[in-house]
Design a protein around this ligand. Structure first.
Ligand SMILES: Nc1ncnc2c1ncn2[C@@H]1O[C@H](COP(=O)(O)OP(=O)(O)OP(=O)(O)O)[C@@H](O)[C@H]1O
Ligand SMILES: [Mg+2]
Length: 339
């Protein structure tokens, strides 16, 4: 199978199985079933081809197995991962797996975030976040070659690959920068073609829940709120805004928080929507903490943080330019418009 045929097959499968991965398997039509078995057969062959010595404990569906093997195979020889133990969570953009580390990692377990084929083909609403960002190559350095930049602009197949790499590289690079700045983020270990290996938060039996599913008492809520704002400020000092910050992208474990999920970070000066995106991040955090008994004025807090780092408050951007699919963005904008 050629590389192009293979990536097309993965995309089709991700579409076909999307509902089953995110929620419980639904009813499937006969036609869809037969298309699936045809694709399954092709992937069975592929999984055999790539498996080599790399065998996991985790029993993946056939499509997922081949994709995982293809995604993780390049590191099999590098003593990074010895085994994939279980799936932690299938997100909208990526699935995250618990792995047993190899000897080159300073922890027994690690988390592998493997981006989904569909995400890579169709980076949803990425334009708004990419504005003002220099694309990054696989090693995290800026892409300046004219041919590369042109390929990205013209959206050639090669350009699309560079664009995906850059999306993931932003997540990895941000983790590196924030980690060395002392922020509460997982330690990043390696970036691969379509995945990131990082510190795992949790223990053998259970991975850390996201903050939205946790109830806090008021004292703890106050402390954690301050800690999150400290992290947001640390991001700003490093010229980054999370861009999708909410209680869904913060892990809670042993009384501590860990911020995750950074591919969409934006630059506070170079992105014209930066203030709106920053304000939205703070608003979402305040919404969760209000439900935990900590009430703060999101607009005032955002403005104070923003201006104290020397940024000017710009006109709010219409939500259709942020994330048209998110009803919260629309509500937020309507509220701001009404003052
Ligand atoms: N380092 C980690 N340790 C433990 N669990 C993690 C780690 N990173 C991610 N997870 C789990 O995997 C989930 C998905 O990760 P992440 O938010 O980075 O991906 P995503 O595809 O953007 O997800 P979503 O679309 O749900 O936001 C998280 O909600 C969390 O439950
Ligand atoms: Mg997430």
């Amino acid at each position: 199978m050629s590389k192009n045929q293979l990536s097309k097959l993965y995309e089709e499968l991700d579409e076909a199985y999307a509902d089953d991965i995110v929620s419980a398997p639904g009813r499937t039509s006969k036609k869809r079933q037969s298309k699936r078995s045809e694709m399954d057969a092709q992937l069975f062959v592929r999984a055999q081809e790539v498996a080599g010595e790399f065998k996991f404990t985790y029993k993946a569906a056939r499509f997922e197995e081949a994709w995982l093997l293809d995604s993780l195979n390049e590191i099999a020889g590098q003593q990074l991962i010895l085994d994939v133990l279980r799936k932690i969570k299938a997100g909208k953009e990526a699935s995250v797996y618990l792995c047993r580390s190899g000897s080159s990692i300073d922890a027994r377990l690690l988390a592998a975030k493997v981006y989904r084929p569909r995400t890579l083909r169709n980076l949803k609403n990425d334009a708004i976040y990419r504005t003002g960002r220099t694309d990054l190559s696989e090693d995290g350095t800026a892409l300046f070659r004219e041919a590369d930049v042109n390929a990205i602009i013209k959206r050639t197949k090669y350009g699309e690959e560079l664009r995906h790499t850059s999306w993931i590289a932003y997540e990895f690079k941000t983790l590196e920068i924030l980690r060395s700045a002392g922020a509460d983020v997982p330690k990043p270990y390696a970036m691969l073609k379509n995945s990131i290996l990082m510190e795992y938060v949790g223990d053998d039996g259970m991975s850390a829940p996201t903050l939205n599913s946790v109830s806090l008492d008021r004292d703890e809520a106050r402390q954690l709120f301050d800690r999150i704002i400290l992290n947001v400020d640390l991001l700003l000092q490093n010229e980054r805004i999370h861009g999708d910050l909410s209680a869904y992208n913060i892990l809670y474990w042993d009384g501590d928080i860990t911020l995750i999920d950074f591919p969409q970070v934006v630059h506070p000066e170079l992105n014209p929507s930066a203030w709106t995106i920053f304000h939205r991040d703070i608003t979402r955090i305040c919404q969760y903490f209000a439900s935990q008994g900590v009430k703060r004025d999101a607009r005032k807090l955002a403005a104070d943080l923003w201006t104290s780092r020397g940024h000017k408050i710009a006109k709010e951007v219409h939500p259709s330019r942020l994330n048209a699919e998110d009803p919260n963005d629309r509500k937020l904008w309507e509220r701001q418009k009404m003052g």
